[in-house]
Design a protein around this ligand. Structure first.
Ligand SMILES: Cc1cc2nc3c(=O)[nH]c(=O)nc-3n(C[C@H](O)[C@H](O)[C@H](O)COP(=O)(O)O)c2cc1C
Length: 232
């Protein structure tokens, strides 16, 4: 169906052609050059205008029923960061014990967060009640609000990369330990805790790959045709 037949004013439409080669290149470059940053952050604070742009990028993510279930808690207070870091340190010790011998030693050698070093931490949450009791598109898949929040995080991550700002996602926490520190009500889900700041160098491939912890899977076996398991 043509947009013109949808019964909305023509001013609502824009041409949908491909971007110019340079614009396209910039999009793919952003995707491929984005990295998770651990502790390589520079101390300079983000200019307000840059922070605003990356938050706006996050806020323009797709969301189920346009419910926009996210909130962003900006954390700069060293005392708060130290408290969050304490929670991480305890959970990270538990995590190390979950891996078998050699792997555990190698895990302990990895740096997995930049909470104290990053000038800004951002806790991204999902309000599962946003949009009311029945949300278009979420009627049969309750978790689509969480997926939407992750879309916002990816937008933020990519926009930050384009701005020369590194982002590190720290997930080695118990939600219930973070909640009281940040005053997050019980009905709100903590989706991500991000460390954010300028960086002057990034790995060209995932650090976990460069350190032989894991490697990127070949894409081809992950693609099926028509039915699960039918390789093309
Ligand atoms: C949901 C999620 C949680 C993550 N949690 C952590 C974490 O706690 N600590 C860490 O060092 N990296 C974490 N990462 C980063 C991944 O390790 C990283 O994305 C992956 O190794 C690929 O590297 P790249 O992002 O640099 O391409 C997380 C990434 C995602 C998407």
């Amino acid at each position: 169906m043509a947009l013109a037949d949808k019964g909305v004013p023509e001013a609502e439409f824009a041409p949908a052609g491909a971007f110019s080669p340079q614009e396209r290149e910039a999009v793919y470059r952003t995707i491929y050059a984005r990295r998770d940053v651990r502790d390589e952050f520079l101390p300079e604070p983000l200019p307000d205008s840059t922070l605003e742009r990356i938050l706006q990028a996050a806020h323009h993510a797709p969301s189920v029923g346009l419910s926009q279930p996210w909130n962003f808690i900006l954390i700069r207070d060293p005392a708060m960061k130290a408290a969050v870091h304490d929670v991480f340190t305890r959970c990270n010790g538990e995590a190390a014990q979950m891996f078998a011998d050699e792997r555990s030693a190698s895990y302990r050698g990895l740096k997995l967060e930049g909470i104290l070093k990053a000038p800004l931490n951002i806790c991204v949450t999902c309000d599962r009640a946003r949009g009311g009791p029945v949300v278009l598109g979420r009627t049969h898949q309750r978790d689509t609000d969480l997926y939407s929040t992750v879309c916002a995080i990816q937008n933020l991550w990519l926009a930050a990369r384009a701005e020369g700002i590194g982002v590190g996602w720290v997930s080695i926490f118990e939600q219930e330990d973070l909640r009281p520190l940040l005053g997050i009500p019980p009905e709100i889900v903590i989706v991500a805790y991000l460390c954010v700041g300028f960086v002057d160098q990034l790995f060209t491939r995932p650090e976990l790959e460069a350190r032989q912890w894991a490697e990127r899977l070949p894409l081809e076996p992950l693609i099926y045709e028509e039915r699960w398991g039918d390789r093309r």
